[in-house]
Design a protein around this ligand. Structure first.
Ligand SMILES: Nc1nc2c([nH]c(=O)n2[C@@H]2O[C@H](COP(=O)(O)OP(=O)(O)OP(=O)(O)O)[C@@H](O)[C@H]2O)c(=O)[nH]1
Ligand SMILES: [Mg+2]
Length: 319
């Protein structure tokens, strides 16, 4: 008998204390006793958002007012295929409680990995902990100009993800800059990853590293532990698969559009981006000709958000 396919709408419901709401599956249910993001299967006539609203009313007694797509995960269980269609919910009325007798609990986002979840949930937990705006620092040899640009970006927007990219610097200079960047990021509640090898983390306690697509393709195992992020640059499906094999926490996929630095380059465009992200099974940032103004549009086609170099520059804020 062919396996059945189920399409499930589920919610990451956030509060203002940096927590999300988890529910515990009843012990008699499929995957009983495990924690989950509240939600359930779509009825035949429903869209994902309609199902989300109905399920959260039934299971938690809340009325969703504001929801945005977070991530879609296709996963094959021994008995079925599931599509977990996960939404970020930040606005609702009512106070959530376990209407079906299930335990529910607000959990700090950085503690989520200590809860037992169904195996399909790994990319969801990653997506929940990642920002939607990601800036990649511009190449410059000038330390003062670098600090001014980073401070400007951090002040303009809270909760950023920052990638320090400075290929032209010697390692000792890079490490010095990374330490400065880390203290600025920490002071603004931003996260920092370093473009380079895992060894850099021995010198700077940043949140993780970013591999070029060449380094990604050459790697044979995940070079950092589970407590640090691994990200990589990707441009095609082969690199996306390799990133999944290497257990990357997230990736950038580029170029979406032409950029001033690469006029006439072959671009992916939003249509193909959506097709590629659908089966990526990890958070994917759209990059290349994108600015932070594209976040909603990128999220509508499945992205975690947007990565941008140009938006980082002070005079590009309105671009
Ligand atoms: N809601 C939810 N389901 C998940 C998660 N992760 C995951 O693998 N699933 C799987 O997706 C399916 C969801 O089905 P469900 O049993 O919650 O559906 P439902 O609320 O409509 O319940 P019912 O049809 O039994 O009444 C289950 O197979 C479940 O194991 C998750 O985080 N949240
Ligand atoms: Mg359910």
């Amino acid at each position: 008998m062919p396996k059945r396919s189920v399409h499930v709408a589920a919610a990451a419901i956030y509060n203002d204390q940096g927590q999300v709401l988890l529910a515990r599956r009843p012990s008699i249910a499929d995957q009983g006793g495990l924690w989950e993001f509240p939600g359930g299967k779509l009825e035949v006539y429903e869209t994902g958002l309609e199902a989300l609203k109905r399920e959260l009313k039934e299971e938690l007694g809340i009325a969703v007012e504001r929801a945005q797509p977070l991530i879609r995960v296709h996963y094959e269980y021994p008995d079925k295929f599931v599509l977990l269609d996960v939404w970020e919910v930040r606005g609702y009325t009512g106070s959530p409680y376990g209407r079906e007798g299930q335990a529910v609990r607000w959990v700090d986002i950085d503690k989520l990995f200590s809860y037992p979840f169904p195996p399909a949930n790994v990319p969801i937990i990653r997506a929940v902990g990642l920002p939607h705006a990601y800036v990649i620092t511009d190449e410059t040899d000038d330390d003062e100009a670098f600090e001014a640009m980073l401070s400007h970006a951090l002040q303009n927007r809270g909760g950023l993800l920052v990638q320090l990219r400075a290929k032209s610097l010697e390692q000792s200079h890079f490490v010095e800059r990374a330490q400065k960047a880390l203290s600025l990021c920490r002071a603004h509640g931003a996260r920092l990853i370093l473009n380079g090898s895992a060894e850099l983390l021995e010198h700077v306690d940043a949140d993780g590293i970013h591999l070029t697509s060449d380094d990604l393709m050459a790697a044979t195992e995940r070079p950092v532990g589970p407590d640090k992020w691994l990200s990589a640059s990707t441009h095609n499906n082969e690199q996306l698969s390799k990133a999944a094999q290497l257990d990357c926490d997230f990736v950038t996929l580029s170029p979406i559009r032409e950029t001033p630095s690469h006029p006439g380059a072959v671009t992916i465009g939003w249509h193909d981006f959506q097709q590629m992200v659908e089966f990526a099974a990890m958070p994917v940032y759209a990059l290349g000709g994108t600015t932070l103004d594209d976040i909603d549009r990128a999220r509508a086609v499945g992205a975690q958000g947007v990565a941008s170099i140009r938006s980082f520059l002070p005079d590009q804020d309105d671009a």
